[in-house]
Design a protein around this ligand. Structure first.
Ligand code: ADP
Ligand code: MG
Length: 263
C-alpha cells in the first residue's frame, strides 16, 4: 500500500508567529516512509523556546530522518511540522527563507571545500538573507571568534582539524540567525581529542538560550545540557524524560537495555 499523503504544505507567508508560550518546534503525528520502510511512526514532539532536547537511540532508529524532515531535507508523508507556528512549505524561495530558521550541523561537517572558512560562513547570509558582503564578513568574523577559530578564517576546510571544521560548520549555521539548531551526531566523526572543543561550543550555545535538538551519544553532554531526553527506536519515540530520570531510572525496558550497552 502507498503511504498516506497528508497536506504538509505551507501556511501563508507573513503570518505573525504566536508569542504565547507555544512551542518553537512542534511535530504532530509525523510519518515518513522510505518505500515500504516506515521510518517515522506517529512522532509527536514539542520543543519550547530555549529548550535543549537530546535525541538518543540505536542506529537505524530514525534520528537522522527526524532531523532532516524538520529541515525539509526529507519530505514527510503525513502529519504536521511547525517551526515558530509556521509549517514549512514544500519548495521555493519561501522554503529557503523559512529553512534559515533551522540551522543544521551534520556529522560530516559539509563545508564547501573550495571556499575559505570565511566564505563558507558568509555565503548563506549574502544569498538568502541578502546581507551586504562587508556586514556578512563582520558578522562571520565575530562568529568565528566566538567558536574559537578566528585565526583560521582565510584557510580552506582541508587545512583545518576536524574539530575546527565542525566549529566552522556551527558558525556557518549560526550566521543564518536560526531560531533552532539541529545537530546530528556532530562529534561522531571526530578524533576523541577534538570532541570536547565542539561540545564546549554547543554547551555555550545552550547556556545562552539557543533552542537545540541534538542527536548524540555523548551522555556527558546530555546530562550537562539537556532539558529533555528523547529515546528513539524503530521510528518511534519510546521514552521522553528528564536527563536525571533517564540516566538513573529509565521507564522503559528498551531504554534501559540501550543504556546498559553504551554506559
Ligand atoms: P538513525 O539516524 O537513527 O541511525 P536514520 O534516520 O538514518 O536512523 O535511518 C532510519 C531508517 O531509514 C534506517 O533503516 C535507514 O536504513 C533508513 N534510511 C535512511 N535514509 C534512507 C534513504 N534515503 N533511503 C532509504 N532508506 C533510508
Ligand atoms: Mg543518524
Amino acid at each position: 500500500d502507498d503511504p498516506p499523503k497528508d497536506d504538509v504544505s505551507g501556511a501563508p507567508a507573513g503570518t505573525p508567529a504566536p508569542d504565547d508560550g507555544s512551542p518553537l518546534v512542534r511535530l504532530e503525528k509525523v510519518n515518513k516512509y522510505f518505500g515500504q520502510l516506515h521510518v517515522l511512526r506517529d512522532i509527536d514532539l514539542s520543543v519550547q523556546r530555549g529548550e535543549v532536547v537530546v535525541v538518543i537511540g540505536p542506529s537505524g532508529g530514525g534520528k537522522s530522518t527526524l532531523c532532516r524532515s524538520i529541515n525539509r531535507l526529507e519530505p514527510i508523508d503525513g502529519g504536521v511540522i511547525e517551526v515558530d507556528g509556521r509549517r514549512l512549505p514544500e519548495e521555493g524561495k519561501e522554503l529557503a527563507r523559512l529553512r534559515a530558521d533551522v540551522g543544521m550541523v551534520f556529522q560530516s561537517f559539509n563545508l564547501f571545500a573550495h571556499k575559505t572558512i570565511l566564505q563558507n560562513v558568509t555565503l548563506g547570509p549574502m544569498k538568502v538573507r541578502k546581507v551586504a558582503k562587508a556586514e556578512a564578513e563582520r558578522e562571520a568574523m565575530a562568529l568565528l571568534e566566538r567558536v574559537g577559530i578566528g585565526a583560521q578564517a582565510a584557510k580552506y576546510p582541508a587545512q583545518l582539524s576536524g574539530g575546527q571544521q565542525q566549529r566552522a560548520a556551527i558558525a556557518r549555521a549560526l550566521a543564518m540567525k536560526p531560531k533552532v539548531m539541529l545537530f546530528d551526531e556532530p562529534t561522531s566523526a571526530l578524533d576523541p581529542e577534538m570532541v570536547n572543543e565542539v561540545l564546549d561550543v554547543m554547551t555555550g550555545l545552550a547556556r545562552e538560550g539557543m533552542t537545540m535538538i541534538v542527536v548524540t551519544h555523548e551522555m556527558g553532554f546530555a546530562r550537562r545540557a539537556a532539558n529533555k531526553v528523547v529515546f528513539m527506536a524503530d521510528g518511534q519515540i519510546v521514552e521522553e524524560n528528564t536527563p536525571e530520570e533517564f540516566f538513573t531510572n529509565a521507564r522503559t525496558d528498551r531504554a534501559r537495555d540501550f543504556l546498559s550497552k553504551i554506559l
